[in-house]
Design a protein around this ligand. Structure first.
Ligand SMILES: Cc1ncc2c(n1)N[C@]1([C@@](C)(O)[C@](C)(O)C(=O)O)S[C@H](CCOP(=O)(O)OP(=O)(O)O)[C@H](C)N1C2
Ligand SMILES: [Mg+2]
Length: 557
């Protein structure tokens, strides 16, 4: 008897062929009765199905692939709780500019309003955290809805898209063909009038400062930014997700990374500006009410999408289009070639502070280890062939503020939703996308257990990655802020986890660092071990409260 799959094509065949048409090589997810037809058809495709241990992490991995490649990563889940588990990953990718397409199983179209197992109005659940969410409610619509999802996820400001695939449509004979994309979708530069006005404002300003945002760390935009800064005297600051936009050549103009609170020397540079030129910046990264409160200074907004107008963010001119094309045209028109005295002095002071801090950090003793010593040791490994995936927590403030990176999208951090648990899944994504490179992911002991189950996935995939856990026995990033607000902390104390035995339980290698002088040696050994390796590091957070206060570097040490 001929199996169903050898007769007419079904909706599931169209889904799989459309994924192949979009160059998808991997899908990440957890199967279930409402989506297993697609899983079955994937068996006969060129696509690798990576089974994950939780749909949240499947979405994190897919988002990580999107951030590193610019092409949508694909997550797949069954209906009901499978789809609702995707929400955190979709929200994170949507807030942080990562192209991601998620596919969710669904009950038959005719049963949508009945109470069946794992029924969920998934489109309405996920619409608020996606650029596009729709259900394929007819066999004739499969290819069009999927193509619209990829178009939404990958174009303009990238983000999440969701498609619900009802089981009857997936099993029914296909009534359409996959759509073979033919067009080249590239925006041009922004309007010449806007570019000319921006150049005039920049040349006439006394203290212009460039603020780089998450889209600035896309490789193409990073190259154009470097070109601009090598020709024109403009000081620059960056958000945490803009890491890697500059090369070492522009580092002297770099005031540092801004984010979370305006309590760093670099904030004085931003504060001194009478004109701020934002490039690929999103308000979610560093709220205008923090750095531009009630300020009516001029703002030039350069991005692929118009600005979100707020009381504290109302640009004088907006250059909307392909960022690199806009910057190359702007570079030609700008004439200024010297920094203002004030800017030069501030950059000099920041450079001096930075050198002092890192010199002291490099010899900081003690175990548990001071965060700055860990940063000083990690800096030794930040060669261009390393991808660093950061989870969220107090440690990530140290990483974001003080660990330098000179390669676009080398450092991945969640600074939109600031989501716990992203690091290990992103490291799995990096081990797939960049198989010849070293991958280092870092989490706190809280965030680690949000996605640690994927260690089994990493072992199964033989992912070459090193995951470091900063152990302090608490959700410190909350505790430190609570201490400042209430004089005490609550709901933040954790028990201990033996990272070495946890690793061994999953068939991975684990190390517990015995002190600051052991850290570099352990990291070096870990990178030489094939497959995933866990490293536990006890960290001394006794001075962390000052991370969140208005404070100068040298009193944190
Ligand atoms: C999905 C999700 N759920 C809940 C929160 C979260 N993500 N993120 C944080 C955040 C960023 O939201 C914020 C700023 O800490 C906070 O709200 O206070 S991270 C933070 C925990 C960090 O603990 P961890 O041990 O991992 O790291 P250290 O800080 O170095 O000890 C806390 C739990 N947050 C709430
Ligand atoms: Mg912790």
């Amino acid at each position: 008897m001929t199996s169903f799959s050898e007769t007419a094509q079904t909706g599931a065949d169209i889904v799989v062929e459309t994924l192949e048409q979009h160059g998808v090589t991997h899908v990440f997810g957890v199967p279930g009765a409402k989506i297993d037809k697609v899983f079955d058809r994937l068996l006969d495709s060129s696509i690798t199905t990576v089974v994950c241990r939780h749909e949240q992490n499947a979405a994190f991995i897919a988002g990580g692939i999107g951030r590193m490649t610019g092409k949508a990563g694909v997550a797949i889940a069954t209906s009901g709780p499978g789809v609702s588990n995707l929400a955190t990953g979709l929200a994170t990718a949507h807030s942080e500019g990562d192209p991601l397409v998620a596919l969710g199983g669904g009950v038959a179209v005719a049963d949508r309003l009945k109470s069946l197992h794992q029924t969920l109005d998934s489109v309405n659940v996920l619409k608020p955290v996606t650029k596009f969410a729709a259900e394929v409610d007819s066999p004739a619509a499969t290819a069009e809805v999927l193509s619209a999802a990829f178009r939404a996820a990958e174009s303009g400001r990238p983000g999440s898209a969701f498609v619900s695939l009802p089981i009857d449509v997936m099993n029914a004979p296909a009534a359409c063909r996959p759509i073979r994309l033919r067009s080249i979708l590239e925006q041009g530069a922004g309007s010449t009038a806007a570019i000319a006005e921006a150049a005039r404002l920049i040349d006439e300003a006394t203290n212009p400062v460039v603020l780089l945002g998450l889209m600035a760390s896309k490789p193409g935009a990073a190259n154009a930014i470097r070109h601009l800064l090598n020709k024109k005297a403009l000081p620059v600051v960056g958000t945490f997700q803009a890491a890697g936009a500059l090369s070492e050549r522009e580092f002297a103009m770099f005031g540092g990374r801004v984010g979370q609170l305006a309590n760093q020397p670099v904030d004085q540079l931003l504060e001194s500006a009478d004109l701020v030129v934002t490039i690929g910046y999103d308000a979610i990264e560093y709220w205008p009410s923090i750095w531009n409160k009630d300020n009516d200074r001029a703002i030039v907004h350069i991005d692929v999408v118009p600005a979100q107008i707020e009381n504290d963010y109302n640009p004088s001119v907006e250059i909307i289009g392909n960022i690199e094309e806009s910057l190359y045209q702007l570079s030609v028109l700008i004439t200024r070639s010297v920094l203002s005295k004030r800017t030069s002095l501030l950059l000099e002071q920041i450079k001096h502070d930075r050198a002092n801090l890192l010199a002291e950090a490099a010899v900081q003793g003690g175990d548990p280890i001071h965060p700055f010593r860990i940063i000083a040791e990690l800096q030794k490994f930040m060669s261009p062939d390393v991808t660093l995936c950061s989870d969220m927590g107090s440690f990530s403030l140290y990483l974001s503020r003080y660990l330098t990176s000179f390669r676009a999208r080398q450092v991945l951090i969640s600074n939109g939703q600031q989501t716990l648990g992203v690091a290990l899944p992103w490291a799995i994504a990096a081990s797939i996308v960049r198989p010849t490179e070293k991958v280092l992911s870092v989490s706190g002991d809280g965030g680690f257990l949000f996605s640690a189950m994927e260690l089994e996935t990493a072992v199964r995939l033989r992912s070459n990655l090193v995951h470091m856990v900063w152990i302090d026995g608490s959700y410190n990033m909350v505790a430190a802020q609570e201490e400042l607000k209430y004089g005490r902390h609550s709901g933040t104390d954790l028990g201990s986890v033996d990272v070495v035995r946890y690793a061994e339980a999953f068939g991975a290698k684990g190390f517990q660092v015995s002190g600051p002088d052991d850290l570099a040696t352990t990291l070096r050994s870990a990178f030489d071990i094939p497959g995933p390796v866990l490293i536990g590091v006890n960290v001394d957070y006794t001075k962390n409260a000052q991370l969140f206060e208005a404070v100068h570097h040298d009193s944190i040490l």
